[in-house]
Design a protein around this ligand. Structure first.
Ligand SMILES: Nc1ncnc2c1ncn2[C@@H]1O[C@H](COP(=O)(O)OP(=O)(O)OP(=O)(O)O)[C@@H](O)[C@H]1O
Ligand SMILES: Nc1nc2c(ncn2[C@@H]2O[C@H](COP(=O)(O)O)[C@@H](O)[C@H]2O)c(=O)[nH]1
Length: 219
């Protein structure tokens, strides 16, 4: 599914799909924005959803807000790489932008739930890096959902009651980050991305690079 780009060392590399999941309110959106600001070469996958727009959300930046019949047409037309029902709404990843970004040598960042992560992993396991974000405590999680001030008390109650179920999938992930302090959590997530970019099996240009070095040593 992926083609290469050149890292700072000039070695061609396959793009990767970097997934953040967590119970609602643990900090995925916050960490995603920090990553996008500081990591050139990383592109956000913007999902389609049938949920209502929150105050401050922007069409095409945060989500593509669609109605149920449009979403179903996208499913039928195989336009989504994965999709799932989350908190009574439909969410899915448009396929074309992800494939275009990977083909252009970018890495792609996903803020999706465990169901979507399973689907991506089934399709392209070696290109998917899965990171699960945990809150430091249930009280902090609830405080964060309230401090975001974008959901009604009823929606927050529903999200809190789903948190334990969401968290039960933590062991399906490659990395676990506990988001106590946002700067520390960001540093950990960024380190994971940097290390994954250096993995030998992703660096398809290494054979040629090493041959070149050997040629220099022999010549
Ligand atoms: N380490 C932290 N300490 C305190 N507040 C935090 C921390 N990380 C994130 N927050 C705040 O918690 C709230 C929820 O964070 P965010 O929206 O990033 O969560 P999320 O996991 O993306 O949630 P959702 O799944 O509902 O989209 C925001 O107001 C954010 O500023
Ligand atoms: N499987 C998918 N899950 C997605 C997608 N986009 C977002 N999500 C997840 O939904 C919940 C709720 O998000 P919110 O913005 O309403 O708070 C959260 O866990 C997201 O990660 C998607 O395309 N596919």
């Amino acid at each position: 599914m992926t083609t290469g780009d050149h890292g700072t060392d000039g070695v061609e590399r396959r793009g990767l799909m970097f997934v953040l999941s967590s119970p609602s309110g643990a900090g995925k959106t916050t960490l995603s924005r920090m990553l996008l600001d500081r990591e050139p070469g990383l592109k956000m996958s913007v999902s389609a959803t049938t949920r209502a727009k929150r105050p401050g959300e922007i069409e095409g930046r945060d989500y593509f807000f669609v109605d149920k019949s449009r979403f179903e047409a996208m499913v039928k037309g195989d336009e989504l790489l994965e999709w799932a029902t989350v908190f009574d709404n439909l969410y899915g990843t448009p396929r074309a932008p992800v494939e275009a970004a990977l083909s252009a040598g970018k890495d792609v960042l996903f803020d999706i739930d465990w169901q979507g992560t399973q689907q991506l992993h089934q399709k392209a396991s070696s290109d998917v890096v899965r990171v699960f974000i945990l809150p430091p405590s249930a009280a902090d999680l609830e405080k964060r959902l309230h401090s975001r001030a974008q959901d009604s008390d009823e929606v927050i109650r529903k999200r809190m009651s789903r948190a334990s179920h969401e968290m039960s999938h933590w062991a399906e992930y490659d990395y676990i980050v506990i988001n106590h302090d946002v700067d520390e959590a960001f540093a950990e997530v960024q380190s994971i991305l940097k290390a994954e970019r250096l993995k030998r099996e992703r660096r398809i240009g290494l054979v040629g690079f090493v041959r070149g070095l050997q040629g220099q040593l022999q010549g």
